[in-house]
Design a protein around this ligand. Structure first.
Ligand code: ARG
Length: 264
């Protein structure tokens, strides 16, 4: 991974409801969100993970969830085709960012949705979630653009609407997953590709436990994740850090959603 792209929560808020976590009557505590954002940046500094920050735009209150704006790899940026109008401008802003950095911008055909939170990459393993935000048809298009093969999983659960809310590859052989948020076919396919699946509990899912970053064995998790899950992860990672993310969970995201990975 080259670096991470973040966006300060200057205008972050719950202005509409497009997933069951969002409740306009449960607004973001902006100063707490800012504090949590600073903690996340401190953590990346501590881990020597480079990051860049987008200029926040007042028209897009979900802009903190940078991961969704697309997939950046090599000199390619596959721009998101957001399902909901409320977020479409975020993709334009990200496109502009990557264009000025010299990336070639790839766009999916109109009507085929793709949101970055649905595509997970661990080394040369790619997994795509579809059904809630991303169209099933996006798989073939992304495979062709990146010249890779992609494992695809249907996401049947409203609350775990992006793949990164319910699945996290930890190593080439180990993945953690919220089994209740997958179909039996999806579980079968994960079992086929990974030797070990660590299932998450309901309590950990409420903290979006799967929404983690694992940067070369340095894991960053939502603060409050059970010690059981942390103990289960420990054999596979070198370091576990946790960051308070309550304000971002109100929007339906956590560490992974706010940290767009820019891959080499
Ligand atoms: N409020 C945002 C939405 O519903 C949250 C996105 C979270 N991102 C993610 N990759 N899970 O679109």
């Amino acid at each position: 991974m080259k670096k991470i792209l973040l966006c300060p929560p200057t205008y972050y808020d719950i202005k509409y409801e497009i997933n069951p976590w969002m409740d306009i009557d449960n607004p973001v505590d902006r100063s707490l969100a800012q504090e949590q954002y600073e903690r996340l940046k401190q953590t990346y500094n501590l881990l020597h993970v480079p990051y860049d920050e987008l200029l926040p735009n007042k028209d897009v209150p979900d802009q903190v969830f940078t991961t969704d704006t697309g997939h950046a790899e090599g000199n390619i940026f596959i721009r998101a085709n957001f399902k909901y109008d409320e977020r479409k401008k975020e993709a334009e802003i990200a496109e502009h960012y990557f264009k000025t950095k010299g990336y070639s911008i790839h766009t999916l055909p109109e009507g085929i949705y793709f949101e970055g939170g649905d595509l997970l990459k661990f080394e040369d393993t790619y997994i795509l979630g579809w059904g809630k935000r991303t169209s099933k048809e996006a798989k073939a298009y992304i495979e062709k653009n990146l010249d890779v093969e992609i494992i695809s999983l249907e996401l049947p659960d409203e609350a775990f609407y992006h793949l990164d809310t319910c699945v996290a590859p930890i190593t080439k052989d180990v993945v953690i997953a919220n089994m209740e948020a997958l179909t039996s076919e999806g579980i079968k396919s994960l079992k086929h590709h990974f030797n070990t699946i660590i299932p998450t509990t309901k309590e950990d899912n409420e903290l979006l436990a799967c929404n983690l970053m694992n940067i070369d064995g340095k894991a960053v998790l939502t603060q409050g994740i059970s010690s059981t899950l942390q103990a289960e992860l420990r054999p596979y990672v070198d370091l576990i850090n946790t960051v308070p993310m309550s304000e971002y969970i109100k929007g339906g995201g956590s560490v992974h959603c706010v940290s767009l990975e820019i891959f080499d």
